[in-house]
Design a protein around this ligand. Sequence first.
Ligand code: G3H
Ligand code: 13P
Ligand code: ZN
Length: 284
Amino acid sequence: MSFVPVDDLLKAAEAGGYAVGAFNCNNMEIVQAIVKAAEIEKAPVIMQASQGAIKYAGIEFIVAMAREAASAAKVPVALHLDHGTGFDQIMWCIRSGFSSVMIDGSKKPLEENIAITRKVIECAYPLGISVEAELGKIGGTEDDISVSDREAMMTDPEEARYFVEKTGVGSLAVAIGTAHGRYKGEPRLDFDRLKKIRSLVNVPIVLHGSSGVPEDQIIEAVKLGVCKVNIDTNIREAFVDAVRKVAGDHPDEIDPRKILGPARDAATEIIREKIRIFGSSGKA
Ligand code: G3H
Ligand code: 13P
Ligand code: ZN
């Protein structure tokens, strides 16, 4: 089976009132865990590669692993570029087999973000490739920013309407109080902002930095129009915790498979849990 466009998955999610999990794949074990979890849950799934994953494994390796994992899958699988910033890299991903790309122009001034998003769309849409853009700055939990600065980084609903109108983008990542990485305290999503955005914008909304967001807030966000939920950190935690445990319990173990196998199982479990929270279990 070849990778399906993310937009197709998100349209079905929007109509069905659930969200599709977008899980970051960093190595072979995580690629396998994502597809296995989706198969067990009978859920559509998005595998995504970040800049860090591309630096670590390379585009071709990621595509080959993902393709192999998806080839036998009975559920729809998409391969998506996460936080693409360079036009050339985006083109390379498309040529290599990705079914979806994100152009993250969120650090640029609005009109430049619109221009680069349009440029990517012009190349991607004729090929049937989905495009996600970002408006507002999602940032990281490690960024030392005050509450008022965080507020200023959030997506402005009117600007979101203008952005979507001008670009025709397929899905939009918004800043509503989440951040990438491990939260220090409990995140509190700005649901009023999400409602406002949703009332002005008619494309599926994407939630980044979703690891560590309490279950009830994720469920509420999905109710309010979030159709794609990005998870990376929680998979890393589950994976590395398992590695530490096995290595700690068996200090003489030298077979990487005996250490990485349980880590793969731990990743599968956390991904299954997320899929159930997002409501996409049984939707394939
Ligand atoms: O943007 C989200 C990713 O979690 C960042 O991942 O460290 O692999 O680039 P990275
Ligand atoms: P977390 O690592 O916080 O789950 O964020 C993932 C993400 O948004 C990838 O784009
Ligand atoms: Zn992200």
